[in-house]
Each structure stands twice: as structure tokens, then as C-alpha cells.
Ligand binder design. Structure first.
Ligand code: NAD
Length: 367
């Protein structure tokens, strides 16, 4: 199968055209009049295993917007699972509606029944607009659900695993750039001191890094400073700090026309999704500035590794952490390839992911 790049901003007016563009296998429209459920489940690719991806409930302006989102996100999951070496495919689901006013137990359970009807080709998990209670409802109707809290036999909070994966990706980037992966004495700026940021700061502090943080949430900032002694700068000043590494752990698209020229660091490695505002152009702008970029969708895959281990059964946090360590060697491989081929690390990562999928697809056609 050929995986064709689908631009994030592509407007897909015609569903079949959208599927062809992104190379999707199956898109299921789920409708239930009684509960008002309107959902779309997109299965992008199942070559490596069942498709897995979170369920998002969002007040989309229209169905086209919802379809665009689910096609884009499910494709992203395929690449993320493939580059992380997991035996999972990519999928995603969206419910059209306001998660605060349109949600009911029956609506969420009805969605769970649609997931069940796909017979395990799609495994759902929590995403924006969905909470632990909803996951409980879904699990009443299907066993193809993951990312459950510990109280329900799941793996619980993924943030420490995500932070550890980011830490591994950061150390691998340091090894590639400076020949040593020690972060002792390095100045590291961390944007966002929430769940992932906090655990990352703990790891970096333990290794003796000098930490500079920014957040718009005073409570989170205070907690991070009390724990690690980090220096605080304003949310808009973090890009101008003279540092060795910048770790975006808050929002997407913080690597853009405005911020890239301001960065005074040599490595960018953080947990935020979609850090590059425009993937190719901003990736190249970082290369021109001599800044190494550790691909976000690989180094923040700890959460997916966590969920994957839940799917495997007999969840064990130590095993999950060991698994997250593989992000180190994969980051190194990507950075070496990117340098050798003079392409962005993001593109190198995409190529490695596609090669893995295509090679496994090929053996499935042979006896
Ligand atoms: P979180 O909501 O706990 O923390 C985000 C922090 O960023 C908050 O403290 C928030 O106040 C801060 N923030 C928001 N806007 C800011 C700004 N303009 N400047 C500075 N700080 C700002 O989220 P999280 O779970 O820690 O996730 C952080 C990022 O990593 C998100 O982009 C998330 O999508 C991504 N991610 C998280 C996981 C995970 O396991 N939690 C997994 C993969 C990716």
C-alpha cells in the first residue's frame, strides 16, 4: 500500500476523495437518532496491528470539519505507532457535539457499541472532551478500549511515561549534537509545567540541568519551582532565553515564523503535539539555524506505549518504562539519517515509519 502525504490543512469536501488522499482503509459514520449520536471512526491502516487512537468529542462547525480532523488524526496515529515500533495501526474517532451539554450515558455507550461492531479493528481511548467516566461507559459495551484508569485495571496516568520518553529523546539528541548524552550543567527551557512538564523537570533536575520555566498557570509554576528550583520567565520570553535545549510541553505550533528566529538553543525536544506550525518549512528553518529537532510524534509516544502495554495485557509500569527507553535509539537513528540525507528529522521519521509498514505489508502477501 502506498501512504500518501496528506496536508494538515487539506479541505476534504468529498469523503472518498479524503480517504484516497490519506490512504485510509475504512471510515465509519455512526448515527443514532434516539441518543443524537453523530460520530465518525476512521481506520487509517491496520498492517501492523489493530488501529488505535483516542475518541475526541468536539463541537465541530460541520461534518466536513469533523471528517478532516478524524482523517488527519488517524493518519498521524499510524505513523506514531510505526515509528515507535509498536504492533498497532492508526485510528481515531470523533463525536460531533458539545462535550459539556450534548453528552449522555446512553450516547457514549451507543458509541461503545459501534466500536464493538468493528470487531477489534479499532481500539478506542480517551482524548479531548472525554473523561474517565465516559471510558467506564464505553467499557460496558466493548472490550476494545484502552487507556483506562488504574481503578479499572488500566495503566493510569500516562504523563510520567511520556515525560520519560521525552527525556530519552532529549538525551539522544544531545548525544547526536555534542557526542555525550549527559545533560548535567545544560540550560534547558521548559514551556509548560503541567503533567508532562513537571515529571520532565524532575528528571532533568535529578541529572543536574539548569532549568528555566514558563507557564500561564501560577499553581503549576509554583509546584515546579518548589520541586526543582527552576528560574521563571514570562510566557512570551521563553523563546529568547540563551539555552542549550528548548522543551515545548504546552501547546502545538510554537515553532513558527515568529519564534524560530528568536530561539537561542541548539536542540528542540518536547512533548507537545504538532510543534512545527508548517511541517516542512519550519523543519527546514530549524536546520538553517543549526537547531536539532527531535520529532514530536516519536519522543512524546510514551502515552501510546503505555496504552499499548495495556492492550497486551498484564500491565506492568517497569516494563512500560523499559519500553519507553527505546525512544533513545530510535531518535538517534532518525537524526543520523536526517543528517546523512540532508532532510528534516520529521521527514526522516516519516520515511522510516513508511518503510516499516510497507515491509510488513509485503511479507503478508507471501506464503
Ligand atoms: P497539561 O494541560 O497538564 O499541561 C500543559 C501546561 O501548559 C499547563 O500548565 C498550562 O497552563 C501550560 N500552558 C498553556 N498555555 C501556555 C503558554 N502559552 N505558555 C506557557 N505555558 C502554557 O498537559 P500535559 O498532559 O502536560 O501535556 C503537555 C503537552 O504534551 C500537550 O501538548 C499534550 O498534547 C502533549 N502530550 C501529552 C501526553 C501525556 O501523556 N499527557 C502525551 C503526548 C502528548
Amino acid at each position: 500500500m502506498t501512504l500518501v502525504k496528506q496536508e494538515n490543512k487539506a479541505t476534504i469536501e468529498k469523503p472518498f476523495e479524503g480517504m484516497t488522499l490519506g490512504g485510509h482503509e475504512q471510515v465509519t459514520f455512526c448515527y443514532d437518532e434516539a441518543t443524537g449520536l453523530r460520530a465518525i471512526i476512521a481506520i487509517h491502516n491496520t498492517v501492523l496491528g489493530p488501529s488505535l487512537g483516542g475518541l475526541r468529542m468536539w463541537n465541530y462547525a460541520n461534518e466536513t470539519e469533523a471528517l478532516n480532523d478524524v482523517l488527519r488524526l488517524s493518519r498521524g496515529m499510524t505513523y506514531k505507532a510505526a515509528i515507535t515500533g509498536l504492533n498497532l495501526g492508526g485510528g481515531k474517532a470523533v463525536i460531533i457535539g458539545n462535550s459539556k451539554t450534548d453528552k449522555s450515558e446512553a450516547l457514549i455507550r451507543r458509541f461503545g457499541r459501534f466500536v464493538e461492531s468493528l470487531g477489534g479493528k479499532y481500539i478506542t481511548a480517551e482524548d479531548v472532551g472525554i473523561n474517565t467516566r465516559d471510558m467506564e461507559y464505553i467499557s460496558q459495551e466493548t472490550k476494545h478500549v484502552s487507556g483506562l484508569p488504574e481503578s479499572m485495571g488500566g495503566g493510569g496516568d500516562p504523563s510520567p511515561v511520556t515525560a520519560y520518553g521525552v527525556y530519552m529523546g532529549m538525551k539522544a539528541s544531545a548525544k547526536h549534537k555534542w557526542g555525550s548524552d549527559s545533560l548535567a550543567g545544560k540550560t534547558i527551557t521548559v514551556q509548560g509545567t503541567g503533567n508532562v512538564g513537571f515529571y520532565l523537570l524532575q528528571l532533568l533536575n535529578k541529572e543536574g540541568a539548569k532549568l528555566v520555566v514558563a507557564d500561564i498557570n501560577e499553581d503549576n509554576l509554583k509546584k515546579a519551582v518548589a520541586e526543582t528550583g527552576a528560574t521563571v520567565v514570562g510566557p512570551n520570553d521563553i523563546y529568547d532565553v540563551q539555552a542549550d535545549i528548548y522543551a515545548p510541553c504546552a501547546l502545538g505550533a510554537t515553532l513558527n515564523d515568529d519564534t524560530i528566529p528568536r530561539l537561542k538553543c541548539e536542540i528542540v525536544a518536547g512533548s507537545a503535539n504538532n510543534q512545527l506550525a508548517v511541517e516542512d518549512r519550519d523543519g527546514e528553518a530549524l536546520i538553517e539555524r543549526g537547531i536539532i529537532y527531535a520529532p514530536d510524534f516519536l519522543i512524546n509516544a510514551g502515552g501510546l506505549i503505555n496504552v499499548y502495554n495495556e492492550v497486551l495485557g498484564k500491565y506492568n509500569r517497569d516494563r512500560v518504562m523499559r519500553h519507553a527507553e527505546t525512544i533513545y535509539s530510535q531518535t538517534l537513528a532518525i537524526l543520523e539519517r536526517a543528517e546523512a540525507q540532508k532532510i528534516t528529522p520529521q521527514l526522516a521519521a516519516n520515511h522510516i515509519a513508511e518503510e516499516r509498514i510497507n515491509s510488513i505489508a509485503a511479507i503478508k502477501t507471501r506464503m
